[in-house]
Structure formats: structure tokens, C-alpha cells
Design a protein around this ligand. Structure first.
Ligand code: AMP
Ligand code: MG
Length: 407
């Protein structure tokens, strides 16, 4: 029997990092930068006004107050987007709008609120000192500055910075492309009537959702009956040239465990028992001419879900060029529970301000309790009892608000 760590290492060893890809700015949202982003321009790109008002030489408004305004001629308007080179005469002002370039010679702006709004001549009631209401060229960012480091995820705010820095494309980590295959004669697509003995292929939907929520790309979701020939022909040519194939079901000890039967015969996929609960039957290897990595997850929905977090997430991280080590957090048990000896148990738990408690029925077929869970508590093989107040190690669930996600 393998340990969880041994099996994780074996699966991570099947893949290597995909090359980073260049994407346009819009597409970069949510992606992790694979290279530093360097500003192409100064921000601001030119000295400009922070207010609608009057560009002045500060020396011309010294001592201006409402009782004794400075009266200046107005030499015209400068709107935002004006590309002409204006020069401000001594003793004059120019009406200027927010974001418009400052005329040469001006060193301050008097806001329109501190004026009589004049257009040929204006009375200014504020003694704006040099630099008042100005945005200086390069005060935010200098051309050539690294504005974002490789490894950070592009959020809307960072995307705005990249755009303002006039960088149209960025190098990002690839989204691993994953194909999901469910197996079993009993499975029916969601929404169709079920006959006695049939169930919905919920794992197909679940794994597709996990892949998307983990920031990978889903290239296909298929279903195959427990039919060896169908499996053989599919594996010869998996559509979409995925970077990873995930199967669910057909890997336990039953008579119709076709995935295991067909893939064992290839000699390139290993089927093993892992000392964990749920999720003991596991497998992985490579298939087809392209030697596509494949991970065969168990069919029980909860086993499949847990296995995704424990084994597939690290493989997706490795494919994306990230450290595959799972991100864990710590909490304390707000309620006790028991655990079997000899296997690592992944208890579905709800974590709130009081700590972690089991989220309900823990059977590997029980989806009700799974839907409430926020984390998996990782209970060591030697631990048989968790008492209230004990420290617990947690794997955040993908897509949970509290989760830091796959990257
Ligand atoms: P298997 O590993 O194929 O023996 O399946 C183990 C259990 O998981 C059985 O109860 C199956 O009906 C169930 N199961 C297998 N695949 C799926 C699936 N795609 N969606 C929901 N349940 C499944
Ligand atoms: Mg089956």
C-alpha cells in the first residue's frame, strides 16, 4: 500500500511544466504572471491638472483671498486630450480641465471653485502654492519600472495598472487542458429520467466544475459504458490533445471495472492502493502515442472529490509551473470525531469562527454533507481520535471563498 505522499509524488512525476504563453491584456484576468511586467511609459505620462480650474504661475496668485482676489487674463482653454504645446504668459492664466497637460511655465492650478468662473478674465480667490493640484510626470510609475512581479495573479486592479503602463500583452502561466471521462453502465446525463438502477453522472459535472474552479481549462467531458473496446478506441485518440486525462470509476475490485482492465494491459498505467480514506483505489500513468498523463480516480463521488484535491490539484500546479505542494491551513477542532487507524483520513469539515467540525455523514457516497463542507481535515494515519481543541490541518476546498485556490 502506498502512502498519500508516495502516490502524489508518483503522479507529479508524470508531468512537466508547460511553457508559459503570451496573452492579450483582456485574457490575462485571473492568470498568473510568468514574467515581470515592465512599464512602457511614465505614469502620469506628463504633468497634468488634478482639478478643473485655472493653470497659473503661483507667483501671480500670492496673497489671493476671497476678500482680495488675484485678477488674471484667461489665455484660452486646455482640455484633456489637447496635444498642443501651450506656454503660459506671466500674469495670465489658462482654463484647464482635469487630466489636461499643464502649459509650460505654469506651476499650480486654482480650482474652478476658487474663482468667479471667468472666461476672458478671472478673479482667483486662492493663493495656490507651486505644485498645488498638479499630478507630476512619473510620480506614480517610471517607464522601465517593474510594476508587477512574476508569480502574482492578474486581478482587475492589476489589469488596470498593466493597461495604464501601456503593455498590451503579458506572459502568463498556461492553463493546463484537461479531459474528463466518466465510466459506468449505470450513469445517465443530468436531467434525463432515471430508470431503476440508474444514477446521474454527477462526477462528470463535479470534476468539470473542479477543473474550472481550479483555474484549468476543460477540453471535454465524456462518458463511456463499461465496455473495453470503447475504451481502447478512445484512448488511441483522445479528442482535444489534453495535457491531462481524468477518469472516474471502474478502478476498484469489481467484475466490470473496465478502466482498470484496459489500462492495466497497456503497461504504462499503475493501479495501486493508497493508505487513505476515502479514496483507496487509485491509478495513474500515461496513455497513447502522445503519452498523455492520466489519473484514474475512484467512482464514489466523495472519493473522487477528495482525490481531486489530494492528487489532481498538485499535478495541475506542476503543469502550470508552480510548486505542487498543497496549500494547507490550520485550525482547531470545535467538535470531536474519530478516525480509523492506519490510513490518512480526509474528513469533510465546516470551518467557522469556532473552528473545524465534521460536515455531516462521511460515507463516500454522501454528497449532502460534501455540499456543506469548506475544507478537508487531514487526519494522520496514527490518529484515531480528534478531541475538541486539538489542532487540525486543513486543505481548503477549491472554489470555496476561504480557499486560496489552485494557484
Ligand atoms: P466504481 O468505481 O465504478 O465501482 O464506482 C463506485 C461507485 O461510484 C458506484 O456506486 C458508482 O455507481 C458510483 N459512480 C461511479 N461513477 C460515477 C459518476 N460518474 N457519478 C456518480 N457516481 C458514480
Ligand atoms: Mg463502475
Amino acid at each position: 500500500m502506498r502512502t498519500v505522499e508516495e502516490h502524489r509524488a508518483a503522479l507529479v512525476g508524470l508531468v512537466s511544466a508547460l511553457p508559459p504563453v503570451t496573452v492579450g491584456l483582456t485574457e490575462s484576468l485571473g492568470r498568473v504572471l510568468a514574467a515581470d511586467v515592465v512599464a512602457a511609459v511614465d505614469l502620469p505620462g506628463f504633468d497634468n491638472s488634478a482639478m478643473d480650474g485655472y493653470a497659473v504661475r503661483s507667483a501671480d496668485v500670492v496673497g489671493a483671498t476671497p476678500a482680495s482676489p488675484a485678477v488674471l487674463e484667461v489665455d484660452g482653454d486646455i482640455a484633456a486630450g489637447d496635444t498642443r504645446a501651450h506656454v503660459l504668459r506671466a500674469g495670465a492664466s489658462m482654463r484647464i480641465m482635469t487630466g489636461a497637460p499643464m502649459p509650460e511655465g505654469a506651476d499650480a492650478v486654482v480650482p474652478v471653485e476658487a474663482s468667479d468662473g471667468g472666461v476672458s478674465r478671472v478673479a482667483l480667490t486662492l493663493a495656490a502654492e507651486a505644485g498645488r493640484h498638479l499630478r507630476r510626470r512619473g510620480e506614480d510609475v517610471r517607464a522601465g519600472d517593474v510594476v508587477l512581479r512574476a508569480g502574482v495573479r492578474v486581478t482587475p486592479g492589476r489589469l488596470a495598472l498593466i493597461a495604464a503602463a501601456n503593455v498590451p500583452d503579458v506572459l502568463v502561466l498556461p492553463l493546463p487542458r484537461v479531459h474528463v471521462l466518466s465510466t459506468g453502465d449505470e450513469l445517465v446525463p443530468v436531467g434525463l429520467p432515471l430508470e431503476h438502477g440508474q444514477i446521474v453522472d454527477s462526477n462528470g459535472s463535479m470534476l468539470a466544475a473542479l477543473i474550472r474552479a481550479a483555474g484549468a481549462e476543460l477540453v471535454g467531458v465524456g462518458h463511456l459504458a463499461d465496455d473495453a473496446d470503447a475504451w481502447r478506441s478512445l484512448l488511441e485518440q483522445v479528442p482535444g490533445e489534453p495535457d491531462l486525462i481524468l477518469t472516474t470509476g471502474g478502478v476498484s475490485m469489481g467484475a466490470y471495472d473496465t478502466v482498470k482492465e484496459v489500462l492495466s494491459a497497456t503497461g504504462t498505467v499503475d493501479f495501486v492502493k493508497v493508505a487513505m480514506r476515502p479514496g483507496m483505489p487509485q491509478g495513474g500513468g500515461v496513455v497513447g502515442d502522445r503519452r498523455t498523463p492520466i489519473i484514474t480516480l475512484p467512482g464514489n463521488p466523495v472519493s473522487s472529490f477528495v482525490s481531486f484535491h489530494v492528487f489532481v490539484l498538485p499535478v495541475l500546479r506542476a503543469l502550470a509551473g508552480l510548486d505542487p505542494e498543497p496549500v494547507t491551513t490550520d485550525s482547531v477542532a470545535s467538535q470531536g470525531w474519530s478516525s480509523i487507524p492506519g490510513k490518512v483520513e480526509f474528513t469533510r469539515v465546516v470551518v467557522d469562527a469556532d473552528g473545524a467540525r465534521p460536515s455531516g455523514g462521511q460515507g463516500s457516497h454522501m454528497l449532502g454533507a460534501l455540499a456543506d463542507a469548506t475544507h478537508l481535515a487531514v487526519v494522520g494515519a496514527e490518529t484515531t481520535e480528534i478531541r475538541p481543541g486539538d489542532g487540525v490541518h486543513l486543505l481548503p476546498l477549491v472554489g470555496e471563498d476561504s480557499s486560496r485556490g489552485h494557484r
